[in-house]
Design a protein around this ligand. Structure first.
Ligand code: AMP
Ligand code: MG
Length: 332
């Protein structure tokens, strides 16, 4: 059985084709980049609609499969930007009805965790999922991924992108900030906001933008990364110590950042646990993660009838029941 997965929660339209043993047969994507400003949800949805047929053809070509060999259609049902989610859902429903295939709606955050587990081999990690739209620390307990900490306001990737835009960089900002940060080690004071196990990034963003004077950009990028990533590291470390899990998994678009990887690796070393980062290809939003998670759910008897396939822009990871329970005591 092979599954075709469609990702379309925000900027990225992705199609992945994955087989039951976890082989990624195809993984292609188109990323909407606004000419100015942030992502306008409707414009992103229109971009997806324009790109979809060509992308589907590319995915099939890459996989060497025919559409008639596909046995399951999976799609990102939430969380995300409503116009993008709705467009993706319409496409997934049409394909499923047309091909008379079962349909399965997948939680986008769950898919990031599952593809990370698949490719890293980490069985039961504490996962730090950091992207343009999400910031959370999660770990499995009693049939669900429990969220130990999350942002109370904006996601870290969004914070980096908005800062970048305000100081004159294009989108996405994260890679540019990383490059400039590496050129400085001068720390400028910025607010560090961890509340219990949760994080807040909007005050840090405002403070960093207000500190910009046209000349201190390298030090500002360095300081912004140090503060923002230390906050993530603190919460991840506390979740690790509390759960006594044996591995840390870093996933999402911001996982590409070397300084963040270095901080988490050092925590993993301090605690004698393993550290895993999802490969770059599978770190950002992609269709393969949706296909793989769809397959796993389907293998456990779950499908989404058309009448229950409405999207949920605020669907939380900890609302999803995970039918594949990791055996208690299973060692890494
Ligand atoms: P995603 O939403 O998972 O597709 O990831 C996109 C986000 O990752 C954007 O906010 C980017 O700015 C961010 N990003 C990509 N590469 C890096 C990097 N090297 N350092 C920090 N953030 C990054
Ligand atoms: Mg994502």
């Amino acid at each position: 059985m092979i599954c075709l997965g469609i990702e379309g929660t925000a900027h990225t339209l992705g199609i992945g084709i994955v087989s039951e043993d976890g082989t990624v047969l195809a993984n292609v994507r188109e990323v909407f980049v606004p000419e100015t400003g942030g992502i306008h949800p409707r414009e992103a949805a229109e971009f997806h609609a324009k790109k979809i047929s060509n992308l589907l053809a590319r995915a099939l070509k890459q996989s060497g499969q025919d559409l008639k060999n596909v046995g399951l259609i999976a799609f990102s049902q939430g969380p995300g930007l409503p116009p993008c989610l709705r467009g993706t859902a319409v496409l997934a429903r049409s394909l499923a009805l047309d091909l008379r295939l079962p349909l399965i709606g997948v939680n986008h955050c769950l898919a990031h965790v599952e593809i990370g587990r698949l490719v890293s081999g980490a069985k039961d990690p504490i996962t730090l999922y950091v992207s343009g739209g999400n910031t959370l620390v999660a770990g499995h307990a009693e049939g669900r991924y429990r969220i130990f900490g999350e942002t109370l306001d904006i996601p870290i990737g969004n914070m980096l992108d908005v800062f970048a835009r305000k100081v004159g960089f294009g989108h996405p900002g994260g890679p540019k900030i990383e490059k400039l940060a590496a050129k400085s080690s001068t720390y400028l004071h910025l607010p560090y906001v961890v509340k219990g196990m949760d994080l807040s990034y909007s005050g840090l963003l405002t403070a960093a933008v207000n500190k910009f004077n046209g000349e201190n950009l390298e030090s500002l990028c360095f300081s912004l990364q140090e503060v923002a990533f230390s906050m993530l590291a603190e919460v991840t470390e506390r979740a690790l110590a509390h759960t006594e899990k044996k591995s840390i998994l870093l996933t999402g678009g911001v996982a590409a950042n070397h300084r963040l990887q270095e901080m988490l690796e050092s925590i993993a070393n301090d605690h004698g646990v393993s550290f895993h980062v999802v490969s770059r290809k599978l770190a950002g939003d992609n269709g393969a993660m949706i296909a793989w998670t769809g397959l796993r759910l389907f293998q456990h008897g779950i499908t989404t009838p058309i009448e229950h396939s409405h999207v949920d822009s605020k669907w939380r990871l900890d609302d999803v029941e995970i039918p594949w329970r990791i055996n208690e005591g299973e060692s890494e």
